[in-house]
Design a protein around this ligand. Structure first.
Ligand code: PLP
Length: 382
C-alpha cells in the first residue's frame, strides 16, 4: 500500500537521516555508551563531551549560553518544570496564560489552579495573537509568571515575545515561552527577547522523540524548583541519567536547523504559496489565524459547507490533522479554534496542513488537486 502524503509536520517530524546516523554512535559497545555522569573513566568523559557538544548546538540556535540549557524528556516536561518550578516560595501566587496554549501548559495551569494558584486565562484576537496591552492589563502585584507560546501549533501564528518580555522584565514578572513550534522554523533569540524560561522539543525539528530542553536564564538569575528529584543532574534542576543518544540527536538536529533556517523558511514559503494557489479555484476557503505573523509551515483552513471529518475520509491519501480531539464518544471541536472566536460549526470545518523539510512540490500539487476534487464532490452531494 502506498502511504499517504505526510502533511502533519506540526504533530511530529521524521528524524533527519544525518541525525539518526549520529545517534547510532552512542548506543552500542563499540560506540560511546557510557554514563555522562561517570567521572572515573574515559567512557563517562566521552559521553559527557558529547552531551556538552549538543548543549552548545541547542544553545546556539536560540542565542543562549550553554549553561542555560537543562535537558528534559520533551517540551511537555519543560513546560511543567518551568511553570510548576516557578511557584514554590511565592505567597498567594498569580499566573497568566492564554486559552490557546498547548495542553502541556493548559493542564499544568489548571492543576495549579486546583492547588490554589490564581490563573488569568487570556483570549487571543481572531488572528490568534495575544497583545502586549492585554498582558499588561492582566498583571497584579502578586503575578509570578506569564506563560505564552511563541508559535501556535494549530494555527502557526506567532506572538511578539520581545515586546511582551520587555513589559514583564520592567515589572519583575517571569516570562515562560513554549517555543516547541518556533525553534528551527523562525528566529528565536533569547539574547534580544527578555524571556526567562523557554521550552524546546527535539521531535518537531527533525530530532528524536522523548528529548527536549528548558532554557533557564542566568542573568538575571532565574531560580526554579526541581520537579524530578534524584542524583542532582543538570545543576539540581532535573535529575536522571542523561540519555546521551537522544541528546546527541537533539544537538545534531538543532545544528542542522541553525545552518538551514533561512533556506528552509524560503522553501516552505514557496510550498505554502503553491499549496494555497492550488486551492484558488475553490470558493469558501478561509485561513484561520494571522496571515502576516506566522510561520510558513502550518496552514489551518476552513472549507465552507464541508465538515472536517467527511473531508478527512475523502482525503485518505493525505496525512493531515483535524485539530479536533476525539474524546471517547463525542468529537470535541478544537479549543484553539474556539479560542479565536470560531463557533462549533466553523471549528468542525477546519483542517491543519503542515509542511516541512521533506515536503515536495509534487506532493503539494497532488494534495491541492485531491482537496479541490473532494471538497467539490462533497459540496455537490449536499
Ligand atoms: C509538540 C508540542 C509540545 C509537546 O512537546 P513534546 O516534546 O512532545 O512533549 C509542547 N508545546 C507545543 C507548542 C508543541 O507543539
Amino acid at each position: 500500500m502506498k502511504k499517504p502524503v505526510y502533511m502533519d509536520y506540526a504533530a511530529t517530524t521524521p528524524v533527519d537521516p544525518v541525525v539518526a546516523e549520529e545517534m547510532c554512535k552512542y548506543l552500542t559497545i563499540d560506540g560511546v555508551f557510557g554514563n555522562p555522569a561517570s567521572r572515573t573513566h574515559a567512557y563517562g568523559w566521552q559521553a559527557e563531551a558529547a552531551v556538552e557538544g549538543a548543549r552548545r548546538h541547542v544553545a546556539n540556535l536560540i542565542h543562549a549560553d550553554p549553561r542555560e540549557i537543562v535537558w528534559t524528556s520533551g517540551a511537555t516536561e519543560s513546560d511543567n518544570l518551568a511553570i510548576k518550578g516557578a511557584i514554590p516560595g511565592r505567597e498567594n501566587p498569580h499566573i497568566v496564560t492564554s486559552v490557546i496554549e498547548h495542553k502541556a501548559v493548559l493542564d499544568t495551569c489548571t492543576w495549579l489552579e486546583k492547588q490554589g494558584v490564581s490563573v488569568t486565562w487570556l483570549a487571543p484576537g481572531s488572528d490568534g495573537r495575544i497583545g502586549v496591552e492585554q498582558v499588561e492589563k492582566s498583571l497584579r502585584d502578586n503575578t509570578v509568571l506569564v506563560s505564552l507560546m511563541m508559535v501556535n501549533n494549530e494555527l502557526g501564528c506567532q506572538t511578539d515575545i520581545a515586546s511582551i518580555g520587555a513589559a514583564l522584565r520592567d515589572r519583575g514578572v517571569l516570562f515562560h515561552v513554549d517555543a516547541a513550534q518556533a525553534a528551527g522554523k523562525t528566529e528565536v533569540d533569547v539574547s534580544s527577547a527578555p524571556v526567562d524560561l523557554l521550552s524546546l522539543s527535539a521531535h518537531k525539528v527533525y530530532g528524536p522523540k522523548g528529548v527536549g530542553a528548558l532554557y533557564v536564564r542566568r542573568s538575571p538569575d532565574v531560580r526554579i524548583e526541581s520537579q524530578i528529584h534524584g542524583g542532582g543532574h543538570e545543576r539540581g534542576m532535573r535529575s536522571g541519567t542523561l540519555p546521551t543518544h537522544q541528546i546527541v540527536g537533539m544537538g545534531k538536529a538543532f545544528e542542522l536547523a541553525s545552518e538551514q533556517l533561512e533556506q528552509e523558511k524560503q522553501m516552505l514559503e514557496g510550498i505554502r504559496s503553491r499549496f494555497l494557489a492550488g486551492l484558488d479555484s475553490l470558493e469558501g476557503v478561509t485561513l484561520n489565524g494571522s496571515d502576516s505573523h506566522r510561520v510558513p509551515g502550518i496552514v489551518n483552513l476552513s472549507f465552507a459547507g464541508v465538515d472536517a471529518e467527511s473531508l478527512m475520509l475523502g482525503l485518505r491519501n493525505l496525512a493531515v490533522s483535524s485539530g479536533s480531539a476525539c474524546s471517547s464518544a463525542t468529537i470535541e471541536p478544537s479549543f484553539v479554534l474556539k479560542g479565536i472566536g470560531l463557533d462549533d460549526e466553523q471549528a468542525h470545518r477546519a483542517l491543519r496542513f503542515s509542511f516541512g523539510r521533506f515536503s515536495t512540490t509534487e506532493e503539494i500539487d497532488f494534495a491541492a488537486t485531491q482537496i479541490v476534487d473532494v471538497v467539490s464532490r462533497l459540496r455537490s452531494v449536499r
